[in-house]
Write a protein that binds this ligand. Sequence first.
Ligand code: MRU
Length: 333
Amino acid sequence: MKIRINNEEKDLRAVWFEDGMVKLIDQRKLPHKIDIFEAGNYEEVAYAIKDMVVRGAPAIGITAAYGMAQAWLQKQDIQKVYETLKNTRPTAHDLFYALNLMKKSIENGEDAVKVAESYANDIISRCERIGDHGEKLIKDGFRILTHCNAGALAVGDWGTATAPIRKAHRNGKKIFVWVDETRPRLQGARLTAWEMLQEGIDHAIIADNAAGHFMQRGEVDMVIVGADRIARNGDVANKIGTYEKAVLAKENGIPFYVAAPVSTFDFSIESGADIPIEERSENEVLFCRECRIAPEGSAARNPAFDVTPARYITGIITEMGIFKPEEIKNVKF
Ligand code: MRU
């Protein structure tokens, strides 16, 4: 992804491997600061995933792949590294997909650095293909709503939900993006908005509870979101608040699309009811950055994801094409 730093354009990925270090754009600091976090061992890689230095399902998977490759270079106990990274975040399937692929390749005696590099390149090129397929759904003048950040930062480049948006924009279509702020971590307001600015795409940030209002007024033409895990029946886990956007979209006759590559599909589980939902610290709700916004003594709940039932989803945009949720289990990736 092209990033402007002090008027200089740089081509950076959300995560990369260099001089034995796993390097990450520190997403906790965006949009105000572009800082590079360097993880020198698997414990630091685990910290980066857990603390959301890096976040977004495919980027978490790529980070874990590099973490395994680094541990292989350092001759660490691979089973221990695998278990540590596996226990960082429970919902995004990409983490487990990448870890299993890396573990198998190490057991087969392959060069883990080369495997991790080709994994990263493959996922990013799959996301670009998501962009090619999804772009066809976007008409000139469309106003597209997205939730959380399923952008280049969440993948490495292109994004999932934002890949069709970027392609449409680069193909000269005039589009507008509604960016849900995405409480409590504000991935929309901080990250998606920043990506839209970098790409020069017209957009506006809205409070999470404003989406229904704009849908009802006919100001949203389609919704595209990413996914953290997709079950066999087409149910989708994604950032908390996705479910209500899908229900609102159906109520208002607005097409609701999910975009995801192979690594996000978990065909070992039948439905969304089996997807583990991460519950994060209540402080993410009680505080905004360092400032407490709730009364002392109030508790909070903070589920990081919810499940959108397949019946609310118009289509799933993959690197293989666009499918109805009920067709997804038959796709040969
Ligand atoms: O908690 P996060 O920021 O990791 O959640 C990210 C999302 O929910 C994204 O929408 C999803 O991972 C798709 S990213 C291409």
